[in-house]
Design a protein around this ligand. Sequence first.
Ligand SMILES: Cc1ncc(COP(=O)(O)O)c(C=O)c1O
Length: 390
Amino acid sequence: MAAIRVARCATRKKRVIKVGGAYHGWSDQMVYGLKIPGTRQYLESHGIPNQSFELIDEVRPNDLEMLEDYLKANRRKGGTACVIVEPVGPESGTRPVAWNYNKGVELLCRKYGALFIFDEVVTGFRVGLGGAQGLFGVNPDLTIFGKIVAGGYPAAGGVGGKKEYVSCMAAGVASGMKRAYVGGTLAANPLSAMAGYCAIKAIAENDACVKAGHAGDRLTDGLVQLINKYNLPYVAYNQGSIVHLECTAAMSYDFSSKHLLKSLIPVLTKQDMIYVRKEAMEMMGAAYMANGIVTLAGSRLYTSMADTDEVIDEALGKFEDVFKLVVERTAPMEQQVADFKKAHGKDKEGKAAKKAKAKQEIAQRQADAKQAAKQAAKDLKALKAKSFKC
Ligand SMILES: Cc1ncc(COP(=O)(O)O)c(C=O)c1O
């Protein structure tokens, strides 16, 4: 939120371009095209008015041509204030970036006068002390930090960057200059700042990024061996200590398009299958958890320097237990889809029952609201009569 505000302040331009599928926090304007590219506000943005997305564009991951098309088109619509990316690809690299993509984005930003924002909430102090910008050799205007930057303490957010942009931030009563308001109860929290300092110092002193990366490599190699051993249609890969284990490819769709209907129609028609895959992913997550492995949503694992070879090998043993169960018990796909529909009232009977229930609930809510309004009018009348008396 702060980085975008600064970018708009500094460039005096309004539009923001993000990459489809990427996550940049849950502020209204950024809950757009989350998880699955091309879904715009049609999958995850309930409760957020459409106006929040009026100045946001979403481009296909790894597609520099589409990005340039938007940057060009935006010149006629108030210009692009910034392009914001997750350095290893949307959703922590669930859709990995091509090696030169970030450099391409940086050059396009320079060409069109937009700020280049690197969201290093996950990658900062993880892929290396220089973050992903050190790894890819790029030079963003603003960098967003989180998580490690506060050593696991709350208020884990930070924005850094070039002096001319960072100095646009201000808090307190009007400074008399055009500055981006940035603040909040937990801003500049000394405890979190100290925790972050200690954590980053310890990371540097212990070569933690490299050790965590080795643990990620060992875990990934082991997972690939297990996948091959049990002949499962899964994929495992890693970007150092960020390990991906895709069992259902819940986020592998891509509906990116410049044309609304070309995105919207497949989003709507494929929705059931998206939910089937999502549920299967969550069930895998629950199975891992029941066996003592904590994953992120059943598809991602983050290793640290504490993950010694013994820890990784123990985890692999637990993954093997889960994979064995999958082989023994998995029903054919058609059966899984039918079971899912039945369980979630998405078959014919379920849909009819849901419709009838919704109708009944609306009628009840309307009746309740009418009754409440009547009562409030009565109470108001009594209140007015009382207050006039005193
Ligand atoms: C890439 C990225 N950006 C930003 C955030 C911060 O999000 P939030 O504000 O929801 O904590 C996260 C959290 O996981 C993230 O992965």
